[in-house]
Design a protein around this ligand. Sequence first.
Ligand SMILES: [Zn+2]
Length: 298
Amino acid sequence: MQGKLIRFALLLAAFTCGTGSAQDFSKIQVKAEKLNDSITMLTGAGGNLALVVGKDSSFLVDDQYEQMAPKIKAAIDAITKQPVRFVINTHWHMDHTGGNETMGKMDAVIVAHDNVRKRMSAKQVVDFIGQTYEPSPDKALPVVTFQDGVTFHLNGETIRVTHLPNGHTDGDAIVHFQKSNIIHMGDLFFNGFYPFIDTYSGGSVDGVIAACDKVLAMADDATRLIPGHGPLARKADLQAYRDMLVATSQRIKAQMKEGKKMEDIIAANPTADYDVKWGKGFMTPKRYVEMLYKNLLK
Ligand SMILES: [Zn+2]
C-alpha cells in the first residue's frame, strides 16, 4: 500500500518540477542530444540529465523518476560500455533523484549537497503541492556529501560542482564542465516557463535570482546551459528568465508593501505581460503569483 502511495506521489510530482500533467511513463522515450564528444543531454520525464563519457568512466547529473530508471540505463548503455561511476544530484526532488536506488545498486557513488541527503533521509511535506514524500531507501541516498562544492577530474574534463544557497531548495548545486563550457543548472533554471520554487525546502526567489546572476557572470555567448526543465539554453535565455523573475517578484513585493491581500494581488493579474511567454507551463500565472506571495512572506 505504501509503495502504491509513494508511486502516486511520484506521479503527482510531475507537477512539482516539470511537465504539466500526470504522466504515463510507459509512453515516454529518453532522447539523447549530443553536445560534444563526451557530453550528452538526456531528456525524458522529470529533470534533464547530463551524461559524461570517456576512457576513465562515466558520470551522470541527476537520474529522473524511479520509473524511468530502466529506460535511462538503456539510453546510457547505448552511448557507453563504461558503468556510471558517479551520480551528482542537483537537489533532492524525486524527478531528479528517483533513479538513485537503481544507480546505487549498480555501485555508482552518489554525490550531493549535505541537505539533499538530509531531506531524502526524512519524511518531507511539500505543502504548496500537498505532497508528502517518505524517506528514501539507503541505496538511494548520497554517500558523499559536500557543504560548498566538489571538483571531479575525469576524462580530461574539470567538473566543478558548486552549491548555491536557498534558491530552488536549500541543497541546489550547479555543475560546470569547464573545458566544454557547459553548465547544468538543475532547477535553478526552468527554460521557457514559470518555475516552481520550493519554499518548504528552503527555496527563495531572491536565491534563484542570485544563482542566475552567478551563472550569467560565469557564462559567455558560447556557453551552453542545461536547465532543470525545458530545452538546452544559451546565456540570453537565462538573462530573459532572470529579468522575468526580477520584474514579477518586484511587482508582488510592491503590492505586499501596500498591504494588499494575496487574493487581491492574484486578481490584479500582476504578471499579465509575461504570461504569454512564461505562463504556459505547469505553473499557471495564478499559481505562480500565489507561490511568489507565499515565498516572499517568509
Ligand atoms: Zn526541483
